[in-house]
Structures are given as C-alpha cells and as structure tokens.
Write a protein of this length. Structure first.
Length: 393
C-alpha cells in the first residue's frame, strides 16, 4: 500500500463512521412517504463542512436525491457511488427489541430501521469521499456520490438521475454484501396483474353465472405455473433460476354472489440472459391459448414493473480494482455472489453502466431488529475509499 493510500485510510475513524450512521438512522425515511429530503439536507451540511460540492435534486416535495461531486482533471473515469436513503416500514413495533430510530449499539452492532438496507451504504460512501477530500488526493477522474430517494418503490430516485443526464463509467451500489463478498449481479423482475372476468349470478344458482375466481384459481394460475422458461443458470447466484410467486389476490363482493371479477398480482424474477419483454410475450401467448380451450374464459395481463437481470464480468476494471482493495484491506480475496432481488443496480446496468453491489450488512434489512456490524461498516468504508482512489486518482 502506498503512502498516499495509507494517508486516505488514516482519515477514517470508527467513531465518525458510526456516529454518521446513527445520525441518519434517527431520521425517519420510511417509504411511503419517504421524506428523504430531510436526510439529504443533513448529508449536504456535512459535505459542505468538508468543502465537497453537493446539491439536492428534488423529485417531489420532501423527496430528493443528493449529488456530491469530487471532480478531478477530467482525464480519468467517472466512478459512481450510489445508495438509497428510504427504508421499508417498521412493521409491528412489538417485534423490535430496540427503538427502530435510535441507532442503538449492542455487542458491536448498530440496530435500527435502514441500518442494513441501505443507510450503511450511504454512511460508508459519504465517509469514503470525505477521506479522499481530507487527504487532498489529486484526482484525474471524478467520484460521484448519490444518496437517492425511492429505491424501495421502483428505483424512482436513480431513474430520475438517469433521466436528467447522469453519466458514469462504472458504479457501485451500497447494498449489503458484507466486506467479504462482491455482488456481481442481480436477478431481474417482471411484476404483473392477471384479471379474469365472469358473470354475476345468485350464489344459490352458480351454474347461471361465470365464476371469475374459479377461472383464476383453477385455470389461469395452474396454467401459468406449468410454463417453462428458457434460461441458463449462473453459479454465483443463490437462486439461479427464474421464480414466480402469486402474492396478492382479490375478487368477489359477497358470500352469496357469484364473482364476475378476480385479480392477482404476480412477482416473477428473472436470471441474467432472460429479457422481460420475451418472458411477457410467452405468458401472453399461453393465456391466449388457454382462452381458446375455454370459451367462457376472459383473462387480461397488465405489466406494472420490470427490470433487467445482469451480471458484471469478473475481469472488468471495476471488479478487479475492487477485488484488490478488499484483499489489501482485509488480507483475504473476496468471494463473488449474485443477489436474488433487484436494486438501483438494475437500472444503472440497463443504462450501460457496469455496476456491482458492495456494502456492509446482512439480509436483516426488511426484518425487525435490523442490524449491521460496526467492524463490517468500517472495513467497507476503507475499501470504498481505497477503490475510489485507485479508480479516480
């Protein structure tokens, strides 16, 4: 490790990284409604103190992205560090052993809603940028740090950045992986509604009507689940095949009325190599074939969200430099993994930006008593600082 690299790492202290994560955990950004602008303002104030230019980009009232820039001479690449400020709801507080918004420390762990998903990434990336600034690193490239709003409900903040001209040569999203692993990719998604229509009749005379719920549960869903989709399994993914889950169903108006309408919402996840449009076309064709077999069946499909799966090559500059930074800080080479869900990495990849996920934390992000290890948090901050120095310096 060079003298300059060590100087950068010397700017990072456990106390300051922990204090920042505690401070931003105490700001409630449960989405909905989000209220991420309040958090973005706190981060901007900290960056202002360090002399790092930062601006709020409002998406809606009280909801904003933050864009911080460490600009170099323009002769090097632009590296994007992206993490989201919003969190999922707390749920039943009776299931929490701590205040979800206190950032309490117990046995070397920080607890609170959002500490693992994804405020740990926000804190680590902000502190990595501050370390570079304090060390007075002469940059050739540019480091962009973008804490964003609205990731939990459709990547709204990151899509807004892209729609407003965001460009980068490579990116890291701060989703959890722990300092021991680098997530090279994410599965994609295809979320859709299926609707069946029937004919109302008195419940005592069901043969006089057409039961939309029966059509959904006895015809449409069994047929949907019987479909097979072409794919090639990717070994690094924990779940390396497409999955389909029916998670919402509604229909009917009264016990003694044959229902003329039923609706379900389906969460389908895709693996790298699959394209949402092609999978959608296959499902639509299958439903049309089913209608031909059952003349009374009327079914519609409505896609309301989709994202492309991806996997960034191990031999890319982004992955290779990050791998070496992990090795130098920890003394061990990282493992590679693929994530089962989706994140802001998906739209970044779809925009042509090579991207990986790397951040402290664990899968507790949507559960009660969410936590992150302090040691993990500090190591990731050091690794990100070293990675940014080597990419942009």
């Amino acid at each position: 490790m060079t003298e300059l690299e060590q100087k950068v790492l010397d700017q990072i202290t456990e106390a300051e990284v922990v204090a920042l994560l505690q401070e931003i955990t105490r700001i409630n950004t449960v989405n909905p409604p989000g209220n991420e602008a309040a958090l973005a303002q706190v981060l901007k104030a900290k960056l202002d103190q360090e002399g790092i230019p930062a601006e709020l980009q409002y998406v809606t009232e009280n909801r904003a992205n933050l864009i911080a820039t460490l600009a170099g001479t323009g002769t090097g690449p632009t590296l994007l560090y992206n993490a989201h400020m919003d969190t999922v709801p707390v749920g039943d507080r009776a299931n929490w052993k701590v205040d979800p918004f206190a950032g309490e420390i117990i046995d070397g762990k920080i607890y609170g809603r959002g500490v693992a998903d994804d405020k740990q990434g926000v804190a680590a990336m902000i502190m990595a940028a501050i370390a570079l600034k304090r060390a007075k690193v002469p940059l050739k490239g540019t480091l962009l740090v973008t804490p964003v709003m609205g990731e939990e409900t459709g990547n709204i903040g990151t899509l807004h950045l892209l729609e407003n001209g965001l460009q980068a040569d490579m990116a890291v999203v701060g989703e959890w992986s722990s300092h021991r692993k680098i997530a090279l990719g994410y599965r994609g998604s295809l979320w859709f509604k299926l609707k069946t229509y029937g004919k109302t009749a008195h419940g005592s005379r069901p043969s006089f009507g057409i039961n939309a719920i029966d059509h959904m549960t006895e015809l449409v869903l069994p047929h949907l689940k019987s479909l097979t989709f072409d794919y090639e399994p990717t070994e690094i993914f924990l779940i390396n095949y497409p999955t389909l889950s029916v998670n919402v169903i509604s229909g009917g108006v009264k016990t003694n009325v044959v229902p003329d309408y039923c609706e379900v919402e389906v969460d389908m996840r895709l693996v790298p190599g699959q394209k949402p449009a092609e999978v959608e076309a296959q499902i639509r064709a299958a439903l049309k074939d089913l209608e031909k077999l059952h003349p009374d069946l009327h079914v519609e499909m409505e896609v309301f969200e989709q994202s492309f799966p991806f996997q960034t090559p191990v031999d890319s500059e982004l992955v290779q430099v990050l791998t070496q930074a992990v090795t130098d800080v920890t003394g061990e080479a990282p493992e590679y993994m693929g994530k089962t869900g989706c994140s802001d990495a998906n739209p970044l990849s779809a925009a042509g930006i090579p991207v990986v996920a790397f951040g402290p934390g664990n899968p507790s992000g949507h559960e009660p008593n969410e936590w992150v290890e302090i040691a993990d948090l500090v190591k990731v901050t050091e690794i990100l600082a070293l990675h940014a120095l080597r990419i942009c310096g």
